[in-house]
Design a protein around this ligand. Structure first.
Ligand SMILES: Nc1ncnc2c1ncn2[C@@H]1O[C@H](COP(=O)(O)OP(=O)(O)O)[C@@H](O)[C@H]1O
Ligand SMILES: [Mg+2]
Length: 232
């Protein structure tokens, strides 16, 4: 990824996403324009169904726009094929899914260690680094548990640990504190804010929770698939 401090890291232009089913055609995003600078920690807020998750998955290269352009680090990700997208995501991004998407057959520690494999980190070091983060997140007693042996909040923390372990340039987090009590939510948001400050990681976080946006640099409001307001 080419980084140019003077250009936004993420540029979305005229981005539209239409979901088609047999009978219906739903416009989840309509003509979205968005610039995100390198090192920003931005919150995306909006009511349920407003298009937050759709926007995040398009910007992360998990889904393709129906129309429009998405440039990340100077690269048009809307043009990449599936194989190129997988490679791009592994090398540059971490994603915290609203539904966690953990590997059910792997333990918490193995789930967290997983992204380091793509970076060629050896097994002993992968497992050690995963253990350190899980300890930090209060999950030291759950290293060997599989997702179905963990509560929603615990799975959520495993999913966040997995997204940050490989120190990606961009972290996309979809309601990362949705299942957490307020104290744990605070630990998680502060750890994202620390990563943002210390490593200059760009973070886009969907949240419902106005208590948490105080840690972010910026709030992007979305309504009916359109960005309605952006505050610096
Ligand atoms: N895979 C899909 N197929 C059809 N419709 C979808 C799909 N994903 C999302 N939608 C619809 O797109 C709209 C935006 O959804 P979403 O981005 O998940 O909203 P939010 O995250 O803000 O709650 C909703 O009306 C939702 O039902
Ligand atoms: Mg959502």
């Amino acid at each position: 990824m080419i980084e140019n401090k003077h250009e936004p890291l993420i540029i979305a232009r005229n981005v539209t996403k239409i979901y088609k089913t047999d009978k219906t055609r739903l416009k989840a995003l309509a003509n979205v324009h968005l610039d995100v600078m390198q090192g920003e920690f931005a919150a995306i807020v909006g009511t349920s169904g407003s298009g937050k998750s759709t926007l995040l998955s398009l910007l992360a290269g998990l889904e393709k726009p129906s129309a429009g352009r998405i440039m990340i680090g100077g690269r048009g990700i809307h043009r990449l094929n599936e194989e190129q997208l997988v490679d791009f995501r592994l090398k540059n991004t971490g994603f915290v899914f609203q539904s966690f998407n953990l590997f059910e057959v792997l333990t918490a520690q193995e789930n967290v260690a997983f992204p380091l494999m793509a970076q060629g980190v050896g097994k002993a070091e992968r497992m050690e680094r995963a253990k350190l983060i899980l300890n930090e997140y209060g999950l030291g007693r759950h290293l060997h548990h599989k997702p179905n042996e963990l509560s929603g909040g615990e799975q959520q923390r495993v999913s966040i640990a997995r997204a940050i372990i490989a120190e990606p340039k961009i972290i996309f987090a979809d309601e990362p504190t949705g299942n957490l009590d307020s104290q744990t939510a605070d630990i998680i948001i502060k750890s994202l804010a620390d990563i943002n400050k210390q490593k200059g990681t760009t973070i886009l976080m969907v949240t419902h929770d106005m208590e948490r946006v105080k840690y972010t640099d910026r709030i992007i409001k979305i309504a009916d698939g359109m960005i309605s307001e952006q505050e610096a």
